[in-house]
Design a protein around this ligand. Structure first.
Ligand code: NI
Length: 393
């Protein structure tokens, strides 16, 4: 008798949970995922799943399972951890100081390994090829862009990804069609004044005061220059200047980010930041140079038809009471956006809060931990998405 997806998942779950805990103890940040990449490759080899290594500066992996048929579907996970000291107290806590899987990418990897193992056992039923994209450096360094540029999904007809979501209950899945996650740009503003004795400010130009004026003036972009119906965020996250209480320094360095839900708004924010920073500095006899990071994350736009397809798949696999239609996009960013610029697809959100009543630590918190109880839902949904997409359903 054929086993159901749920029965197969129940069987492989202990191994996948153990793998998740193992990955959790070895967090590695952007492009340093060497141990992680080796561990994933070992898992794939042990299960007889073909794969190619060396993507995205070395740690990225693309694996594939070929069934009978022309269609190809790509499923993606991120691999990297964060520069955070873990404070969960788990018995499988991070063994590396100042490194932590605080965004659940350990769970995303374990999930994709589970999906790969499950579908490998059913390769005779697959009506096409499933590709598994293990991508480094989701945080800050746009690893997804490298995978796309290196052709990881060039032959795919569609691409799907997920993220654990601590504001949704375990067992549920969140969907957002269209603009789902904001674009994210980083900026640096170098303010140059003129250093002097702190007791004689007229002899110099105080870059700290100028940085403060710029910070305040930048807040007028969202409040005074942006249509209230257009979501936008401008944040100055860091100002660095000065060494002593009796010296007005020569320079100040400001860093921040801006977020938008459309390319039009994004470009307008960029222009406004440059204009306000440089001219505010000039007004105060200083100079400001604005540098925008080339590693911008584009807007994550979920294809309407593909999002409906995943939602319909979830409804038939999990039942409608576990589906959540998210009302608002998030101003957080995701480099899955690069895949969606290349191919149609959808990015969905796997509930991660085990409690019905208590809030759960948020992503990037030193207390966050991916909930193992979310794995049966994520493995089942992602497997069903691949099977149904290849079958043309
Ligand atoms: Ni993440």
């Amino acid at each position: 008798m054929a086993t159901t997806l749920q029965e197969s998942i129940e069987e492989l779950l202990p191994e996948i949970i153990a793998l998740r805990h193992e990955l959790h103890t070895h967090p590695e940040i952007r492009f340093e995922e060497v141990w992680t990449s080796d561990r994933i490759a070992t898992f794939l080899t042990e299960n007889g799943i073909e794969h190619k290594r060396g993507y995205a500066k070395g740690t990225g992996i693309v694996a594939w399972i070929k069934g009978g048929g022309e269609r190809t579907v790509a499923l993606r996970t991120d691999m990297d951890a964060l520069d955070i000291q873990e404070e969960t107290g788990l018995d499988y806590t991070s063994t590396i100081p100042q490194r932590m899987h605080a965004c659940g990418h350990d769970g995303h990897m374990a999930n994709l390994c589970g999906v790969a193992k499950l579908l490998n056992g059913r390769r005779d039923e697959l009506k096409g090829t499933v590709k598994f994209i293990f991508q480094p450096a989701e945080e800050l360094a746009a690893g997804g862009r490298y995978m796309v540029e290196e052709g990881a999904i060039a032959d795919a007809d569609a691409v799907f990804g997920l993220h654990c979501w601590p504001t949704l209950p375990v067992g549920s899945v969140g969907f957002k069609s269209g603009a789902a996650m904001a674009s994210a740009d980083m900026f640096i503003i170098n303010v140059t004044g003129k250093g002097c004795h702190a007791a004689d400010p007229g002899a110099g130009v105080d870059p700290i005061l100028v940085a403060a004026h710029i910070t305040t003036a930048l807040q007028s972009i969202v409040s005074r220059e942006t249509n209230p119906w257009d979501a936008a965020v401008v944040t100055v996250a860091r100002i660095n200047s000065g060494f002593a209480s009796n010296v007005i320094p020569e320079t100040a360095i400001m860093e921040g980010t801006f977020r938008a839900l459309s390319e039009k708004v994004r470009l307008r924010l960029r222009d406004s930041i440059e204009r306000i920073a440089t001219l505010t500095a000039l007004a105060h006899r200083a100079r400001a140079e604005v540098i925008f990071s080339p590693d911008c994350y584009p807007l994550l736009y979920n294809d309407e038809a593909m999002t409906k397809f995943v939602r319909d798949t979830a409804e038939s696999a999990l039942g409608s009471e576990r589906l959540i239609d998210l009302k608002y996009p998030t101003m957080g960013a995701e480099d899955f956006a690069f895949y969606l610029q290349e191919k149609p697809g959808s990015f969905f959100f796997i509930g991660n809060n085990p409690s019905d009543t208590e809030p759960y630590p948020n992503l990037h918190s030193p207390h966050f931990n991916f909930s193992d109880d979310a794995l049966p839902t994520s493995i089942e949904l992602m497997s069903a998405v691949a099977i149904r997409f290849l079958a043309g359903l």
